[in-house]
Design a protein around this ligand. Structure first.
Ligand SMILES: Cc1cc2nc3c(=O)[nH]c(=O)nc-3n(C[C@H](O)[C@H](O)[C@H](O)COP(=O)(O)OP(=O)(O)OC[C@H]3O[C@@H](n4cnc5c(N)ncnc54)[C@H](O)[C@@H]3O)c2cc1C
Length: 254
C-alpha cells in the first residue's frame, strides 16, 4: 500500500492516464495498469462494474472511442487495471495486445455505468459471463470477496464463467486465487472447446444455471455480460423462472 495516497476522487472530462505496467496473460489478453498522469497519488474513485471510455487519436483522421471495464477493485488504490481481450480483426484491442507499452498516456473519461451491485435492492449475486465479459465480475469478486455478508456487500456470490479453453481465460490467476478465498464466493468455470478435469464442459447452458441456482432463483440478483446469444438465453431462462426484471441486469460489450 502506498502511504502517500490521498483521498480518492472523480475528475470530470478527459483525463490523462499513464500506463505503469503491462502484463500479457496470453497472446490475446493484456492487463493495463494505469494511474492519473497528473496526480499519481490520488486514487481513482469508481464502483466495481464501472468502465472508462478511452479516446484514441492514432488510428486515422477521426478519433476512435472504446470502452473498457476496470477489472481491478476500487480497494486497490495504487492503480486501476483494464483487461483487454483481442477481438479478431479489431483495431483497438489488437493495438492493446500487441503495441501497448509502459509509459504511454491514454485519454479516458469516466467512471461510467450502473452495472454494479446495489446494496439497497440487490440480493445474493449470480453473475454469468463469457470471454471478456468476465471483467466487471472479476472486479466485483475482488471487491467483495473479503467482506461478504457485511454491510454494503452481498452475502453470497456465484460466478458462472465460460471460456473456450484454459489458455483463453481472462484474469485466470485472479479467478484461481479468488476461488479459495471465501466459502460463499463460488466460481464455476466451463470450457467449450476442451474437456478439462474438474471443470464443466460446453457453453454456458440453462442446465448449468439450474444446477447452481438449485430452484432458489428468487434468492438472487442475476447479472450477465458476454456474447449476445448467451445473454439472450440467460434472460429468456430467468424470465421462465419468474425472476423479476429488476433482478436481471445486463451489460453488452458490443
Ligand atoms: C461498456 C463496455 C465495456 C467493455 N469492457 C471491455 C473489457 O473490459 N475488456 C474488453 O476486452 N472489451 C471490453 N469492451 C469491448 C471494447 O469496447 C471493444 O468493443 C473491443 O475491444 C473491440 O474493439 P476493436 O476496436 O478491437 O474492434 P473493432 O475494430 O471495433 O471491431 C472489429 C470487429 O469485431 C466486432 N466486435 C466489436 N466489439 C466486439 C466484442 N466486444 N466482441 C466481439 N466482437 C466485437 C465488430 O462488430 C467488428 O466486426 C467493452 C465494451 C463496452 C460497451
Amino acid at each position: 500500500m502506498n502511504e502517500n495516497l490521498k483521498k480518492p476522487r472523480i475528475k470530470r472530462g478527459w483525463v490523462s492516464y499513464e500506463v505503469i505496467k503491462v502484463v500479457k496473460e496470453n497472446p490475446n489478453v493484456v492487463h493495463a495498469y494505469m494511474v492519473d498522469h497528473e496526480d499519481r497519488n490520488v486514487p481513482f474513485d469508481y464502483k466495481a462494474g464501472q468502465y472508462l471510455t478511452i479516446k484514441f487519436d492514432q488510428f486515422g483522421p477521426r478519433p476512435l472511442v472504446r470502452s473498457y471495464t476496470m477489472s481491478s477493485s476500487p480497494q486497490q488504490q495504487d492503480s486501476i487495471c483494464l483487461s483487454v481481450k483481442r477481438v479478431e480483426g479489431g483495431v483497438v484491442s489488437t493495438w492493446f495486445c500487441d503495441d501497448l507499452k509502459e509509459g504511454m498516456i491514454l485519454k479516458a473519461r469516466g467512471p461510467i455505468g450502473k452495472f454494479c451491485f446495489d446494496p439497497s435492492t440487490d440480493k445474493d449475486l449470480f453473475l454469468i459471463a463469457a470471454g471478456s465479459g468476465v471483467t466487471p465480475f472479476v472486479s466485483m469478486a475482488r471487491e467483495y470477496a473479503n467482506k461478504l455478508g457485511s454491510q454494503g456487500s452481498p452475502k453470497k456470490m456465484h460466478l458462472l464463467l465460460g471460456f473456450q479453453t484454459p489458455h483463453d481465460r481472462v484474469c485466470g490467476e485472479d479467478l484461481d486465487y479468488l476461488s479459495d478465498i471465501h466459502p460463499n464466493l463460488k466460481i464455476h468455470i466451463t470450457y467449450s472447446r476442451q474437456e478439462v478435469d474438474s471443470f464443466m464442459h460446453g457453453r454456458i447452458s440453462k442446465k448449468m444455471i439450474d444446477d447452481i441456482a438449485k430452484e432458489s432463483f428468487q434468492n438472487f440478483t442475476f447479472m450477465t455480460c458476454g456474447p449476445v446469444p448467451m445473454m439472450d438465453m440467460v434472460v429468456e431462462h430467468l424470465k421462465s423462472k419468474k425472476v423479476e426484471e429488476q433482478h436481471i441486469k445486463l451489460e453488452s460489450f458490443v
